[in-house]
Design a protein around this ligand. Structure first.
Ligand code: OFO
Length: 174
């Protein structure tokens, strides 16, 4: 049976992942409306990935004898000054999630819950990848500056990135 402190911390992380999913959905919608179809496709994939993260926590906690409760969520921000501003907020959010996963890991280790510690390893690695992807996108956007041709190309690249994510998560062909 999972300890109450760990259970509470996981329920909090379920809320974080669900919020991430809504935040990226709001961002995807903004990109679609503002004429960035590649960025929109990338963020629509991202919103699905965050929901998958949330479900991983939900199943894990229930499997360990806890109860995955859903908490009230804040409204996701939906207005951005530019595409770069939006991706800066993505990076900030991912850094926040990394800190939250680290806190959860600490709670698990303090409770000597090594099973949860090992479960969290996947998320720790995932955060490295997510932060590095967004860093890469932002570096290119900063180089492009206000050049609309440069932003057009970055948007195309994001579309390819979204397609690659789809290929990576799709079921293998029979
Ligand atoms: Fe983007 O992160 Fe979930 O965990």
């Amino acid at each position: 049976m999972i300890k109450k402190t760990v259970e509470k911390a996981i329920v909090h992380q379920i809320k974080n992942e669900e919020h991430s999913s809504r935040l990226y959905l709001a961002m995807a919608s903004w990109c679609q409306v503002k004429g960035y179809p590649g960025a929109a496709a990338f963020l629509y994939k991202q919103t699905d990935e965050e929901r998958m993260h949330m479900l991983k926590f939900v199943h894990y906690l229930n499997d360990r004898g806890g109860h995955s409760l859903l908490l009230a969520l804040d409204d996701p921000t939906a207005e951005y000054k530019s595409l770069t501003d939006l991706f800066e907020k993505v990076l900030k959010h991912e850094e926040f999630i990394t800190a939250e996963i680290n806190k959860l890991y600490e709670v698990a280790l303090n409770e000597k819950d090594y099973t949860t510690g090992s479960f969290l390893q996947w998320f720790i690695t995932e955060q490295i990848e997510e932060e590095s992807t967004v860093h890469g996108i932002l570096d290119k956007m900063k180089l492009a500056g206000k050049d609309s041709g440069g932003l057009f190309l970055i948007d195309k690249e994001l579309s390819a990135l979204a397609a690659a994510k789809g290929a990576a998560t799709a079921a293998p062909a029979e």
